[in-house]
Each structure stands twice: as structure tokens, then as C-alpha cells.
Write a protein that binds this ligand. Sequence first.
Ligand SMILES: *Cc1c(COP(=O)(O)O)cnc(C)c1O
Length: 439
Amino acid sequence: MDHQVEAPPSDPRRRVPRTDALLRDPRLREAAARLGEAPVKSAVRQAQERARRGAVAPEEVADTAVALLPRTAGGLRPVLNATGVLLHTNLGRAPLSAAARRAVAEAAGPTDVELDLTTGVRARRGRTALAALRERVPSAEAAHVVNNGAAALVLAATALAAGREIIVGRGELVEIGDGFRLPDLLVSTGARLREVGTTNRTTPADYAAAVGERTAFVLKVHPSNFRITGFTRAADITELVPLGVPVVVDIGSGLLAPHPLLPGEPDAETQLRAGAALVTASGDKLLGGPQCGLLLGAQDVVGTLARHPLARALRVDKLTLAALEATLTGPGTPTGEALTADPARLRQRAERIARALGADGVDVRAVDSEATVGGGGAPGVRLPSAALSLPERYAAALRAGADPVVGRLAGGRCLLDLRTVPEADDERLAAAVRSAAGR
Ligand SMILES: *Cc1c(COP(=O)(O)O)cnc(C)c1O
């Protein structure tokens, strides 16, 4: 016979509340309506399991389940970017502005993305976002938006150069990141790359010698994540336009007009005014918008791209169009604010937070630091900043916290750089540090 060992009646494990009783808790009912049944049931099961192990009292099971609920319906968790890298690829590059976030929420339901509400007939998809783009870049006769910067290049190469040649300087055959190489991308479209010049020096004459019947366009790629210094020469747009073939410029970062703090960073307006037939860029780098690829340029060129069958496969959804338009027309973006933040103000904030945390017994001090733009552009640009300096072990604790913070390690310390933290999040940052310190 099977003799099961029964828990005595007084054993707390017998008093673990049942699932159906727990699911009637108003907090868990509300969570199920917001997140779905599955994550709530999972939190309940974990809480019951803890009670069976004796880790929590039976009376605490409901509270434990509530504490174990995920904050969001998906696996993506909001984090505070305290890395000092403005456009952090692993953290989703540009954070959207409040205006763009609202626009995304508003566009989430049925929306007139392809309908003229006055006439009731079909209208051009994303027309207001495209108009906003042209408004910000007056030299662009036309604009088109695709899923990302890479897609913009693929569309340009496919529609304009399949079976023909793209002339490109050897110093501009870049790897974007994660093993992703632009030349591979371009060749995959059926275009042939005609490489000219050398790694460090490419002159207008090199391009001129390569121009021929098979030339579809000359491509200029901005080296957005590295710099070549020393004995260098690159041809700029004004030297290439006279060659008489279309010049396509991949500016990468999405800067629409020159930025005083980023003199080395090319912008769409300047390139087009100088005669570029087409400019491609990302929407989620220095523009500070959603992930997308911008194509700006001459009417006939952009028209050819927009009508190409591939354009349908690369088209953006209404949420992207909404976020892009709000980014273009709305107030400043978090990326723009981080870029222009006053270092003295950053230092004040660091000292204020450090004082408050120090009073709570946290081993913290305010230090000067240097922030960077990141993979999204402006390599070599260092932005003076201020940070909270904590013992190194904080890095892991902050990442694992209920409100995760990602800092950076330097000199055996965990630095939380304030240039990438909006001032409105200072209290949130301090609370996360307190919680990581167990205060
Ligand atoms: C970032 C970048 C790309 C790729 O853009 P995604 O939006 O990441 O697809 C292409 N070219 C340059 C020069 C870039 O900087």
C-alpha cells in the first residue's frame, strides 16, 4: 500500500489559497484584464509554490502573486538607459518623444492612414507624415519611408541598379554592426559593386575613371560608426555631382539639417542642396524617431522607388508613420535633449541625487564622465557629462531590479550617466539605486 505522508492539519502548506480564490482578488482580476489570463495564472502558481515551500505565509500568497506580475504584456521591459550612449542599439536606439508615444497610441485603432475622410475615397498612405518630412527638408522634392535604413538602401539598389553598377569608395564599405555588411546587402539586390580608391584615400578622379555605360549611380556611405584619420582623402558630394551620374548618399544618422554640435555629421538638406539625387537615412538615430528608413530626393527617383514592387514588402505600418510624423512636427526629442544637455546642469543633478542617496547610506559619488552618440552616428564625438559612481556590483543588481537600469562599467565602478537619463526620471533612477542597495 501507498502510505503518503500527509501534512498535519496545522501545516501552513494546507492553507495555501486555491487558484480560483486567488483569481478573484481585484488586483489580479484587473491584471488579467490588462495582461491576459496566462501571465496572471503563472504569477499565482509561482506564489503558491513559494507558500508550499514555506517561503511565504499563506496569507501573503495574493500579495506575492501581485508582486510577481509582469509590468507589461510582452517580454520587452522598459529600462532606464544610464549608459551614456545616446543611441544604444541593444536598448532600441532612439527613445520616442511623449508626442510620438501619444501618436502611436492614437493611431493604434482604425485610422485614416489610406482614406480621405472628406471624399471617402482612398488616399495616399502616410501622406501627412511624408508632407512633414518634406517640410523639414525643403530640398527634397519627394519622400518615401520604409522599414529601416538598410531597407532604404536595398530599395534604392534594387530599383535603380539591379543588373548594373554602383560605384562606391573602398573606405566606405562598412559593417553596420552584428556582422551586417553593407556591400553584402547591396550585392544581394543583383547590383554589381564597382569599388574605387583605397581604404584611406579616394579622389574624385577615381570615381570619374569608373563611370561608364553600366553605371547606375555613385554611392556615398557615411562611415557612421568609425573614423579614419591621418593621410586620408574622400570625395564629397560637390565633387561627385559634376560626374553627371546620380549620386545616392547614405547619411545613416537621419540628421535632416546641420547640427552645431556635430559638424562632421552629414545632413539630408545639405546633401540634396549640393545635388544628391537621393539621400537615405535611419529614422531612429539622430532624428530621434521610430525605426524606419527615409528616402528623400528628386521626384522621378523617389517615384521609381515608391512604385517598385519591393516597396510593398518594405512598407511601414501606421504606428511608424504616426510616430515619425509626431517626431517631425512635435517638440524636441529625448535624443535631441540628451545631445544638447548642459554639462553643468548634468553635474548639479548628479550631485543632488548623490547627496540624497548618500544620506540613505548608499556608497555613491557624483563624477564627471563622457557620453557618446553611439552606433547611430557621430563616431569620435565625446559629450561632457556627469554620472553617479557606484561600486561595480551595482551594475548587475540594477539590471535585475523591478525597474531595470543599465549603466556602464569603468575603472571598477558602475557609472550611471545622466546625459541619457531624462531629468524627469531622476527620482525613478534614485529609487532604483535605493532598491539595488536594499534601502
Ligand atoms: C545605421 C546605418 C545603416 C542601417 O540603418 P538601419 O536603420 O540600422 O537599417 C546604413 N548605413 C549607415 C551609414 C548607417 O549608419
